[in-house]
Ligand binder design. Structure first.
Ligand code: DQA
Length: 166
């Protein structure tokens, strides 16, 4: 059974009440229920966690190395500031998908830069809570393809990068 850790960063505990026009009206519990339902359908074991603390997120990423096959993370505001979260993802080397409810590229300039995207296999931004479900499907397919030794776009990309090509 595939095992995926899902991490929500700071202020995402306020989903449903926080800036609804940007982040939607679903609570974090409702988002997590939808993720769990799809995970059951895909026969994936998911572990869902939220923290307002950068250090706690780093620890959970590090711990995932031995217990999980991949990570889905919405680093929230830490996306734009945290070298520590980026380094943790790079260190564990687990396939990671970055999710944002809002389209960070359409918002303020300071949200356009993500420290995480360079170490993620992909980023989903702007599709609301559906983004988590797409991330789960995408990561599931990526992990299955990896197990079978097949190429996914992310794998071909990292192979090209390793050979020094863009
Ligand atoms: C967010 C976007 C971030 O810029 C912001 O700080 C968040 C949430 C999103 O899901 O759209 O807290 O990651």
């Amino acid at each position: 059974m595939l095992r995926i850790r899902v991490l929500h960063g700071p202020n995402l505990n306020l989903l449903g009440s926080r800036e609804q026009s940007i982040y939607g009206s679903l609570s974090l519990d409702a988002v997590d229920s939808a993720i769990t339902k799809l995970a059951d359908e895909l026969a994936v074991k998911v572990d869902l966690r939220q923290s307002n603390s950068e250090g706690e997120l780093v620890t959970w990423i590090q711990e995932a190395r031995s217990e999980y096959d991949g990570i889905i993370i919405n680093p929230a505001a830490y996306t734009h500031t945290s070298v520590a979260i980026r380094d943790a993802i790079a260190a564990v080397g687990l396939p990671t998908v970055e999710v944002h409810l809002s389209n960070i590229h359409q918002r303020e300039e300071f949200r356009h830069r993500s420290y995480v995207s360079g170490v993620a296999i992909g980023q989903i931004s702007g599709l609301g809570s559906t983004g988590y479900l797409l991330a789960l499907r995408g990561l599931h397919d990526h992990l299955i393809a990896s197990r079978r030794g097949k190429n996914t776009p992310a794998q071909s990309r990292s192979r090209r990068t390793a050979k020094g090509r863009k």
